[in-house]
Design a protein around this ligand. Structure first.
Ligand SMILES: Cc1cc2nc3c(=O)[nH]c(=O)nc-3n(C[C@H](O)[C@H](O)[C@H](O)COP(=O)(O)OP(=O)(O)OC[C@H]3O[C@@H](n4cnc5c(N)ncnc54)[C@H](O)[C@@H]3O)c2cc1C
Length: 505
């Protein structure tokens, strides 16, 4: 296992460990103090996990002057973040203003609460709404561009600020290592939390790695381990209704952070609300397109309809892709098809990648035909059913009838759906993916993990997807990357301050 404190940042997908090794315990290595025998290395802060939340935490810790040990279980940093659509939900930004989008922190807060069915923790949501603009400016200041804004699930105005998530991670990683205060290790799984003291005196003082090595954190340990979409056992336990959903998300996302905190009596929240995401292409991308093809596509928010094998709609497509995901699993074969015309294809944009229809088309995932009958044949769905569905849908758009599923907007009351009429026609077979779990450790607005009685577990923080409470019953697009950044910065600042206040801890 190696540290690579001063090494050049590897991009997501490269091996961080092998080429960037620095022997631990060198005299000039200010980040570690390794001595003979059993004494552990001592840091101000230990960050567990290297997705968006871990990156923001590690860098913000270094900015606050903390010496940070940063662990990643897999050979590559990135987790789900490196695979994701790259959309951040921010409100009141210059990009929105330049496009005439009327948004505000208050509207964002209301949309988040509405998306979560008011089951969300209002304190967490309010903190996000208050701090998100600052996080946006911070990311921009680090060189991460946000020049596009689009509409997505449960947003009452276009609010998804698209960026390339891999490039964003690379920039954050480089900055963190360049600080000279961050020691990053890949292939380094945290296995247990270390504590000192009993009862009210107990505090988390570090982590033990899978090989038995111990790292001490004077200011605290931040769990940024992502969700549990890759743990069959935890999916069976907490989300058995999603057994048929396709596991997606980072390969290391097996719920380790949940278990480690659980062992200390941490409370869990929102577990019953875990939902899949509609829009995972059924087919594999053509060879050579694996990295460019979107992993999730949501053309319904730009005007596509969603039908089953019989060519019939079964849901209001303006609803959250989580809700559509549930309905998709009820369809024959758990498959549904997004069908659209050239007007929607013309709105394709590279970012966020969920709207990159051209990349999906080039990868062979989207089929094209000059007629609806031809498209039905290409997709293997009932041609008469599709023709009848499109006729009825277009009648509703023209005001000749009301929409049979109550669709009146592109998404959540915003935008006007167009007719499906301009050839050529396009379609893609999709299923529901378990991209993210969005439930987990209960935290307060300072990102401190709470135990089952509501008291903070001293010295333990949770940020990003491993933390529950923020989303409630469902999810507003773009809010996961955003909350990882906002709460990662909060946790880092608090832990750094604790280490400063109590240097001998
Ligand atoms: C296809 C897809 C599209 C998505 N699109 C969007 C989007 O556009 N906008 C949005 O907001 N969200 C999106 N999401 C969800 C979002 O990507 C995730 O919720 C978010 O990236 C989680 O960030 P994170 O840092 O909490 O976790 P991750 O990015 O998953 O990082 C967690 C890291 O912790 C590591 N880890 C786990 N256990 C340990 C351990 N014991 N020790 C050390 N390391 C450990 C993992 O290996 C992983 O690298 C999407 C998800 C997917 C899969």
């Amino acid at each position: 296992m190696n540290t690579d404190r001063m090494a050049a940042a590897p991009t997501p997908g490269t091996h961080a460990n092998a080429s960037t090794a620095m022997p631990a315990g060198r005299d000039d290595d200010v980040t570690t103090r390794r001595s003979a025998g059993r004494q552990a290395d001592v840091f101000d802060l230990v960050v567990v996990g290297a997705g968006m939340a871990g990156h923001c935490t590690a860098l913000a810790g270094a900015e606050a002057g903390a010496r940070v040990a940063w662990l990643e279980k897999t050979p590559r940093y990135g987790g789900s973040t490196a695979m994701c659509g790259g959309a951040f939900a921010f409100a009141g930004t210059d990009v929105q203003k330049s496009k005439g989008v009327p948004d505000s922190p208050e509207l964002l807060e209301e949309d988040l609460m509405k998306a979560g069915g008011w089951f969300n923790d209002r304190g967490l949501v309010h903190t996000y709404a208050e701090r998100q603009y600052d996080a946006y400016r911070w990311l921009q200041g680090l060189g991460i561009p946000f020049d596009q804004v689009s509409l997505s699930g449960m947003q009452s105005v276009p609010r998804n600020h698209g960026t390339n998530p891999r490039e964003a991670l690379r920039l954050l990683h480089e900055r963190a290592l360049a600080s000279g205060l961050v020691s990053f290790r890949s292939d380094a799984a945290a296995a247990r939390l270390l504590t000192r003291g009993e009862g009210a005196e107990r505090r988390v003082i570090g982590v033990e790695l899978a090989g038995g090595e111990r790292l001490v954190a004077r200011g605290g340990v931040v769990l940024a381990t992502g969700g549990f979409s890759r743990s069959r056992e935890l999916v069976d336990r907490f989300a058995p209704h999603l057994r048929a959903a396709r596991p997606m998300g980072g390969e290391g996302n097996t719920g380790d952070g949940l278990r480690m905190a659980w062992a200390l009596g941490a409370d869990l929240v929102d577990m019953g609300f875990t939902k899949g995401t509609f829009g995972a292409p059924v087919d594999a991308p053509a060879p050579g397109h694996e990295d460019r093809a979107p992993r999730i596509l949501s053309a319904m928010y730009r005007g596509a309809i969603v039908v089953n094998r019989a060519g019939r709609r079964f849901v209001d497509e303006s609803l959250s892709y989580k809700v559509i995901g549930d309905r998709c699993l009820e369809q024959p074969g758990a498959v549904a098809f997004q069908v659209f015309d050239q007007q929607v294809m013309d709105q394709s944009s590279p970012l966020p990648s969920v709207a990159d229809y051209r990349a999906a088309h080039a990868a062979g995932l989207i089929r094209e035909a000059p007629t609806l009958a031809g498209l039905a044949a290409a997709l293997g769905i009932d041609a008469d059913g599709l023709a009848e569905t499109v006729r009825r849908y277009n009648d509703a758009r023209d005001g000749r009838s009301s929409d049979e599923f109550g669709r009146t907007s592109l998404s959540t009351g915003y935008g006007t759906p167009t007719l499906v009429e301009r050839a050529p026609f396009y379609g893609i077979a999709c299923t529901t993916g378990l991209t993210s779990t969005y439930c987990g450790l209960r935290t307060d607005t300072g990102a401190r993990v709470l135990d089952v009685f509501g008291a903070p577990i001293d010295g333990l923080y949770a940020v990003g997807e491993v933390a529950g409470g923020f989303h409630g019953a469902s999810y507003m697009s773009g809010s996961s990357l955003g909350k990882g950044c906002v709460f990662g910065r909060i946790a880092a600042a608090d832990a750094a301050e604790r280490a400063r206040r109590d240097p001998a801890a």
